[in-house]
Unconditional design. Structure first.
Lengths: 458, 155
């Protein structure tokens, strides 16, 4: 038996993190990622339906193990209790944490929410207004995309990764394309890297504007919500003018780029981004000088640096807690030379830190876009130049954090697809952040992460 | 002020505005039955200053008990089938259902057959179909307003 747990323990001690964990045939496979972007796979054979758990050393792998247990019937020894995640057929006591004591009761919310929100169920264990514990039951939107993609060609499988989520369509698609290119031993040319980086940053651009609007909505500040919602609309119109789709659908392909943009289009886009940026600065000032809005943000939904690391937080949420974790820092397949993650002034890990993190990252995104939108874009192809492999790995920094895609192949046939998105990684962190806070603060805490349900449920 | 309002009302009567402009409203309850989040993001922007659907009397209400229209997005997953039916059964008569987006209409749906209950029409009677992947806020607004006009004219 290989030293599965030993390898993982050693890597974690060296500062590596668990990227994802999934079942593949008779194996449980964990992907480990170094702070410099190197990756390593650790395999654990499944014997008589059993495999060893790693949740005691890597709590970040908890959801992945629970998913593998539900969908592939693997029993993880040492993962006690192994609560269902995707399986909804079990009674309440099986999937909730028992909370007992004087006056403790439950508040059930969802799966259908009061506004225009995706479907998911939250079960709050409270005393009065104080949340003692939150059990989030998602996967109401589980469409079985990973399993449905099996047997597809590289191009055929792309739709499954992309349509997992509209808000992260480019991140998921580029992670998928990188995974296949890694497996096929091909590398992007600088031109291909440039256009993909532009698309990724356009996605981050509208998402960050949308997320700031969502936080305003979370505290009921209609003026701020309206201004940032209007900017989100402009950003989506910009997407449409460049790629023909407001969510940039079908703009990414495996092994190349089919998009072409004239110099005039690129120049106009650059100008529009500048205008949106100026207006967002003005809108941000309005937020800064609104005392009743600012009062709602600090010390709410705090996630410490240790907890962020332990629970596997990624993206702006992790950086707001003081983790300098950003896939763009060490990316070799995209145009992020010299990129450094913005370090927040205040790493308090609260709602305020998370909204401020988005505001500063938005400026960084504008800078990257302005620098890269300096030449027309023409269709181009990736070139061979790397070793082929049976398993390809793609990692991309999406608007909500690292999106990991693993492709296992048989020739050019997709054998196993694993898509571990930023939202999937961060949902357990939301539940953790909610504990100890007040029930009426939950919408705000939730909005400060602004995670997709679709990305997590797949 | 009151005089002004009365004059305005008289003016409206005398110049005979088209029927729908004389007063229409629609209370909408949205249910995400398994979408990719695209339809939700476009629906959210319907209340942004660019579209501001409330000015036409269209609003999203918190409970299906207050709704005239159930606006369903996504191909219905097996896990959302029951909640969708519960929401529909909670609505007062007359109740209408709109299927929003290509997935809800059953076009090019991705996923495992075992995890999906099918397009909205296989679960509920559908009165209004709004295609698109996702439909733009303009397309959603146009479809909803045209639907109200049609319903008012039939009355």
């Amino acid at each position: 038996m290989s030293d599965y747990r030993g390898t993982i323990e050693k890597r974690l001690d060296e500062g590596w993190r668990v990227g994802t964990l999934y079942a593949s045939g008779e194996t449980v496979r964990a992907l480990l990622v170094s702070p410099h972007g190197a990756t390593d796979l650790a395999d654990e054979p499944v014997v008589d339906g059993h495999a060893r758990s790693i949740v005691d050393i890597a709590p970040a792998a908890a959801w992945s193990e629970r998913e593998a247990a539900d969908l592939y019937g693997i029993r993880f020894d040492g993962h006690v209790p192994l609560r269902p995640l995707v399986d909804h057929d079990l009674d309440l006591t099986r999937w909730t944490v028992p909370v007992r004591g004087n006056d403790a009761y439950q508040v059930a919310v969802g799966p259908i929410h009061a506004g225009v929100i995706e479907s998911g169920h939250f079960r709050f264990h409270v005393v009065g207004d104080r949340i003692l514990h939150l059990d989030a039951r998602l996967f109401y939107k589980h469409r079985g995309l990973e399993r449905a993609a099996e047997g597809q060609s590289p191009d055929g499988g792309l739709a499954f990764a992309q349509r997992a989520c509209a808000a992260c369509a480019v991140s998921n698609s580029v992670a998928y394309a990188h995974a296949w290119e890694d497996a096929l031993g091909i590398v992007p040319t600088p031109e291909l890297a440039r256009i993909r980086t532009v698309l990724l940053e356009l996605e981050r651009h509208w998402n960050h504007l949308n997320d700031i609007a969502a936080i305003c909505a979370g505290v009921g500040f209609a003026a701020g919500n309206s201004r940032f919602a209007a900017l989100t609309e402009r950003a989506r119109r910009l997407n449409e003018s460049l790629t023909g789709h407001r969510f940039l659908f079908d703009s990414v392909s495996v092994g190349g780029n089919a998009l072409s943009l004239t110099l005039a289009q690129v120049a106009q886009a650059s100008k529009e981004i500048e205008t949106i940026c100026e207006e967002s600065r003005a809108a941000w000032r309005q937020l800064l000088f609104n005392a009743s809005f600012q009062d709602r943000l600090p010390d709410v939904g705090v996630v410490s640096t240790d907890d962020a690391n332990r629970l596997g937080a990624v993206g702006p949420a992790a950086r707001a807690s003081g983790l300098a974790d950003d896939v763009r820092t060490a990316d070799r397949r995209l145009a992020y030379e010299g990129f450094e993650p913005v370090a927040p002034k205040r790493t308090a890990g609260d709602v305020q830190a998370r909204i401020e993190q988005r505001a500063v990252e938005l400026l960084q995104t504008v800078d990257i876009l302005q620098a890269l939108l300096d030449a027309p874009v023409a269709p181009c192809d990736a070139v061979s130049g790397d070793r082929e492999a049976a398993i390809g790995i793609g990692r991309v920094e999406g608007p909500r954090g690292a999106t990991v895609c693993v492709v296992e192949r048989d020739g050019t046939r997709l054998e196993r697809l694993r898509l571990h998105t930023g939202s999937y990684a961060n949902w357990p962190v939301v539940a953790h952040a909610a504990a100890g806070t007040l029930l009426p603060d939950f919408p705000l805490i939730n909005k400060s992460f602004e995670l997709c349900y679709a990305c997590a449920d797949r | 002020m009151l005089t002004l309002l009365r004059d305005l009302r008289r003016l409206r009567r005398t110049i005979s505005l088209p029927a729908p402009d004389r007063g229409r409203s629609l209370a909408i309850r949205h249910v995400d039955a398994g979408s990719c989040n695209g339809c939700e993001h476009e629906l959210t922007l319907l209340s942004s200053p660019y579209h501001d659907l409330q000015r036409y009397g269209l609003g999203v209400v918190a409970s299906p008990r207050h709704a005239d229209l159930l606006l369903v997005t996504g191909a219905v997953t097996t896990r959302m089938r029951e909640p969708l039916l519960t929401a529909y059964n909670a609505m007062p008569e007359p109740r209408r259902v709109a299927a929003l987006g290509d997935c809800a209409l059953g076009c090019a749906v991705l996923g495992l057959p075992g995890e999906l209950a099918g397009r909205v029409e296989q679960v509920l009677p559908v009165n209004l179909r709004i295609p698109g992947c996702p439909p733009t806020p303009e397309a959603i607004a146009e479809a909803l307003l045209a639907y109200i006009d049609e319903t008012v004219e039939r009355r």
